[in-house]
Design a protein. Structure first.
Lengths: 323, 235
């Protein structure tokens, strides 16, 4: 921690250390007083700390304890199932979109010599149009809130006489958004690679498709692994949106429990702790992967991997915001 | 397609309300995020711990849970977020015909949630400044304030403006959620309203709502792309 902050401060001397110690003590006192006045007092005044409300969640001897946790467990399982399906589907679809976009982009640069002139122009026009269309699709779905894609899927599919289980609406809605984000992550990873990689692949006679599949994509996955894991956190958080289409995930179960027991704050605290525990360990995993990767690179003596463009990854991560 | 023309004022109203929420939440989140970022890089360990805890909690929690806390937890504590009724802002809030507290609840949740991401964007900017810069400034005899003002902040600002913009874009998209938490009349609630109760065809409504969000997110994204490209060249 102190190494991170050393940009702004020198290594503290004896006087500075004394000042830091004193202000630490003052800060602790102020923070405790603040926590007491702003958090403990309002909760206690409203009787929110009573065992009557907390009992079903934390006290194993309570009559409702086992039932409540059984339900919460069901919800958690549903959340994890939806998240796993969504991330798998988005990885597959996202990879396909990324490859498609890269291929189309190289196709638009080809001149199709050797073919009859009108045919060549037709092919060039076609690849150009397809490239623009995919680009527009990506921009549109990246700019839409995930709540709305889920909502549109759940409302729109029955309109056309297609109806599924709620789980699939949620998975499809999440996939539509996250596949596009993952496609952009992978694409920027591939475009960030040194140009020599693709040139060397072409020189040894690999087709453009082989170049992407064998040379570019594996390296893009490797560089973008931390960003992909953070996207997993985003998906996990976004499954909580299942409540708007009444999919039985953790929050929805929580709502049912609240309906019976009438203890909103307590149930949401427990659910929040569950989410934070899972997501925090996932973000730690992402950090670990990042460290591992950069270390592996250094020992092989290769150039450090290009960091992903900040706009892309942080937008995806910020979107973890749920949408 | 008639619904787009017939109900244009509903769409426009929804867009306007969503824009209001976004602007207010962005201001709040930038202020709170800056405060948390200051906490996180302060030399006092307990303050740093508070900042880190805040970021870890809100970054790993779904916005939905934060909204549930705001919309159901605060009333359970007997508060309807009246402390947000600052006289100057009241003129903007009162646009809602009936004075429901949900607008304020949604705003609180969005601000709390987004502030964590804003803090991270700002902090990563400060950390991106090479340590030698600040060291050189100190050895020239600049005070802490001068160091920040003339050396560290101008550089960190450059590094954090693009991540900040992305956070704001994400927040605009996140704001769609408040429509499902009792805020009447914003874009996403309009979608629900028109398709279920209004009985309008689904596709045109979906298009209208999508366009409403895309107007806000796509140009901002394009702007960020440009800034990023320009910076990449400058470096």
């Amino acid at each position: 921690m102190s190494r991170q902050t050393s940009v702004l401060y020198d290594v503290p001397g004896p006087r500075q250390r004394r000042i830091t110690l004193i202000s630490s003590l003052v800060a602790v006192v102020v923070l405790l007083a603040g926590a007491y006045l702003l958090i403990y007092r309002p909760l206690a005044d409203k009787g929110q700390l009573s065992m009557e409300l907390w009992g079903p969640l934390v006290d194993p001897s309570n009559e409702n304890f086992s039932q409540v946790w059984e339900r919460l467990w069901v919800g958690l399982k549903n959340t994890l199932i939806a998240a796993a399906l969504a991330i798998l589907a988005s990885l597959v679809v996202g990879t396909l979109i990324a490859v498609l976009r890269i291929q189309l982009k190289s196709l638009t640069r080809r001149r199709f010599t050797g073919l009859a002139t009108p045919l060549a122009y037709l092919l060039r026009g076609l690849s150009g149009t397809l490239s623009v269309i995919t680009r527009i699709c990506v921009e549109v779905f990246r700019g839409l809130p995930v709540v709305l894609t889920i909502f549109f899927v759940a409302r729109g599919f029955p309109e056309f006489g297609v109806s599924f289980d709620n789980l699939w609406y949620l998975v499809i809605g999440l996939t539509v958004y996250n596949a596009v984000v993952i496609a952009e992550i992978l694409r920027s990873g591939m475009e960030g690679l040194p140009g020599g990689q693709a040139e060397a692949a072409a020189a040894i006679g690999l087709s453009p498709f082989q170049t992407t599949g064998l040379i570019l994509l594996p390296q893009a996955f490797r560089i973008m692994l931390p960003a992909l894991i953070s996207q997993l956190v985003v998906v996990l958080k976004d499954t909580s949106l299942g409540f708007i289409i009444s999919y039985e995930e953790t929050l929805n179960i929580g709502k049912q429990i609240i309906g019976v027991l009438g203890n909103p704050i307590q149930v949401y605290v427990v659910i929040a702790v569950l989410f934070i525990a899972i997501n925090y360990s996932l973000s730690k995993l992402a950090q670990y992967a990042e460290r591992r990767l950069s270390r592996g690179r250094r020992t092989t003596g290769a150039a450090p991997p290009t960091p992903p463009p900040a706009a892309l990854t942080s937008q995806a991560e910020g979107a973890g915001g749920g949408i | 397609m008639n619904v787009l023309i017939d109900k244009f004022d509903v769409f426009a109203g929804g867009f306007w309300l969503t824009l209001q929420i976004c602007v207010l939440a962005a201001i709040g989140a930038l202020i709170l995020g800056a405060v948390v970022a200051v906490l996180r890089i302060s030399p006092v360990p307990p303050l740093r711990a508070v900042g880190t805890t805040y970021v870890n909690i809100f970054r790993n929690m779904p916005l939905t849970v934060v909204l549930f806390f705001a919309a159901f937890g605060l009333p359970a504590l007997g508060s309807n977020a009246d402390f947000l009724r600052i006289p100057g802002l009241d003129a903007i809030f009162s646009r809602l015909g009936t004075d429901l507290p949900y607008f304020r609840f949604g705003l609180i949740a969005l601000v709390l949630y987004t502030a964590a991401f804003v803090c991270e964007a700002l902090r990563s900017g400060v950390n991106a400044v090479p340590a030698g810069q600040a060291e050189a400034a100190r050895s020239l005899g600049l005070t802490f304030g001068q160091n920040l003002r003339y050396v560290v902040l101008p550089q960190s600002w450059k590094a954090s403006v693009v991540p900040l913009g992305s956070v704001i874009i994400a927040m605009i998209k996140n704001s769609a959620l408040v429509g499902f938490f009792g805020v009447v009349g914003d874009l996403s609630q309009t979608a629900d309203q028109l398709t279920s109760a209004g009985g309008y065809a689904f596709i045109p409504v979906a298009i209208g709502i999508s366009v409403g969000y895309l107007i806000m997110t796509v140009p901002l994204g394009a702007l960020l792309d440009r800034i990023e490209k320009r910076q990449a060249v400058a470096r």
